[in-house]
Design a protein. Sequence first.
Length: 404
Amino acid sequence: MSDGMTRKGPKRSRMRAVLGVVLFVMVLLLGAMGYFFVKVLVPGGAPAQTRSDGRSGLQWVRSLYGFGPARDEQLLAPTSVAIAPNGTVFATDPQRGRIMAFRPDGSFLRLIHTGRGGSGKGQMLRPEGLATDRAGNLYVSDPMNQKILVFDTAGRFVREWPVPNVIGIDVQANRLLAYAGGTVVLYTLEGEKTGTIGRAGRGPGDTLMAAYGVTGDANDVYVADSHNGAIKAFANDGRLLWATTDPSSSRARESTSATEAAEPVLQLPQDLAIDGARRIVAVDAFTFKLVVLDARTGRIGSTYGDVGSGEGEFGYPTGIAYDPARDWFAVADTANDRIQIVRIPGSGGGAAQAVVRALTSPLRLCAVPLILLLIAAAILSASVRARRREELRQSLAKDGADAA
């Protein structure tokens, strides 16, 4: 028995030594991968940290101006912005008839244009509204040509269809929303018209006037009714659910004085997005702010930003889009000729969205060595516990033999 125990001792020692070496190597590998992703893949010029405006809680991440120092290489009064599922940021450069695409790190990706523009098939004169679908295809509204164009992920023209007086557009799931001629028109992604929401006119109720921004979810459609100074919500069947300036709607009555809250806040809402917490975040050109609303009641909550040309300040902003994977907004800061990437408190949506961001981050590749590291640590811990139990058993056995 003594010889068997002697043979088992070196075997266990070798196993523990091997596990220790594996554990050490995994720690080194994990550290090396972390260094690679943090130090190597972060592009030059990216901010080391976000900056807060110190007042409202808005955090500035970066600003996008163009792809070169020359004036014709920079954005000029961008009106709309969209973010693809992979984080690519698209911005209109309407006066030059083109669209700029940027990677999530802020570096320039490509130009999307049709030469000097035109009215032929696949050509655009003045891109105004932008939207992306789940595959990353880009949808562009061209009010001068009165049509919507579609480009693939490489910037190549795919298809188009006529939409008279089209301005703002958005894509959710398998449908496209377009504000055109006083109503929101519903289309399939291939351009087949399926319905309309709202009616043209000034005032409260379901009337719409110059709605630049539309968005929605599976149940409702939300509209930035710009010239009526309101945000309005509609059911998919066209029923008005609430309006920030109309307390007579059923949902508005549930909030406390929606009209009084809206009057000093919304003046010229231009666009809106739904964040990770399922709130509506609108951009208002005349108050120079991001405005947060409850999507269920229309109640206006916090506002973020201020007028100016500094980081986190806005000059007549007209477009907004949200990236749920990175929990930030892209804002078309029109008068400042740029796109600003910013964050606001409470938009992340809690633990579920945090998991999504982790799984879409480059650091997700560290998960494999981290899992192996945890497995190796668990095996080593189990081995140590087993050794201690065996030593205790042998000690008790020896004490019993000595007592006998």
